[in-house]
Design a protein around this ligand. Structure first.
Ligand code: NDP
Length: 241
């Protein structure tokens, strides 16, 4: 049992919820962050016993306050999973600035915000495990998602740069790039589009949250210290990168 303090952003439902639960089962002290779904976060906390913390990871000062509250309650953050993400799809010629900006802020700037507030402690203590959740659509691009693809692609560059900065002090930084996973985000895609997507996945199905959890558990382990700056693609063979 590790007892290490782990923060999962967007950690009360979907992929993040599954990651929070798996980390807790593996002995981590988990802080699950969320932003708007308070009732769901409350029932998640009641069902799992995992502490939940409400703040907007796209907001630098709110993230600072959030990390401070987590550290006061649980202790120094040793593991960070940047999972929070949104989509605001549309072709570029119809996309508003707001839909561009909100996706970049929530999906990419959040990684800066959260990492910035935990990195000094990790460096001082000479231990840190950071996992950023990217996307197959950041690797391959996707029609109607210039905002999302740019943010997710940015995550992959961010990961490799920060990995170089952390390498000497045992702070590893990796990304997981899921393919299409059976969560609300994907269930919001129209059936006809989803059928076409599944037809392009060699294993012939959507991913399940547990498929992503496995990769994250591997990367956050204490002895995964020789793995840094990498992206694990978990996509059923949809895109071989
Ligand atoms: P969901 O839509 O199911 O959940 C998103 C989570 O992010 C929610 O917990 C939500 O909080 C949280 N969140 C959103 N905005 C903020 C914010 N500003 N501050 C804090 N938390 C926020 O998403 P998924 O589980 O499907 O996706 C999780 C991650 O995986 C995302 O980064 C997504 O881009 C990525 N991904 C998903 C794929 C998929 O097929 N599902 C494929 C590839 C990547 P709240 O509950 O309060 O709304």
């Amino acid at each position: 049992m590790t007892g290490r303090v782990a923060v999962v952003t967007g950690g009360t439902r979907g992929i993040g919820g599954a990651i929070s639960e798996a980390l807790a089962k593996n002995g981590y002290q988990v802080a699950a962050n969320y932003v708007g779904s308070t009732d769901r976060a409350k029932s998640f906390q009641e069902r799992t016993g995992i502490a939940t913390f409400r703040f907007d990871v796209g907001d630098f000062e709110a993230s600072r306050e959030g990390v401070k509250r987590i550290e006061q309650e649980l202790g120094p953050v040793e593991v960070l999973v940047n999972n929070a993400g949104i989509t605001r799809d549309g072709t570029l010629h119809k996309m508003s600035f707001e839909n561009w900006d909100e996706v970049i802020r929530t999906n990419l700037t959040s990684c800066f915000n959260m990492c910035r507030h935990v990195i000094e402690g990790m460096r001082d203590r000479k231990f840190g495990r950071i996992v950023n959740i990217g996307s197959v659509n950041g690797q391959a691009g996707q029609y109607g998602q210039v905002n999302y693809a740019a943010a997710k692609s940015g995550i992959h560059g961010f990961t490799k740069a920060l990995a170089q900065e952390g390498a000497k002090v045992n702070v590893t930084v990796n990304a997981v790039a899921p393919g299409y996973v059976n969560t609300e985000m994907v269930r919001a895609v129209p059936d006809k589009v989803l059928e076409k997507i599944i037809a392009r996945i060699p294993v012939g199905r959507l991913g399940e949250t547990d498929d992503i959890v496995r990769a994250v558990l591997f990367l956050v382990a204490d002895d995964a210290d020789f793995m840094t700056g990498s992206t694990m693609s978990v996509n059923g063979g949809q895109h071989m990168y």
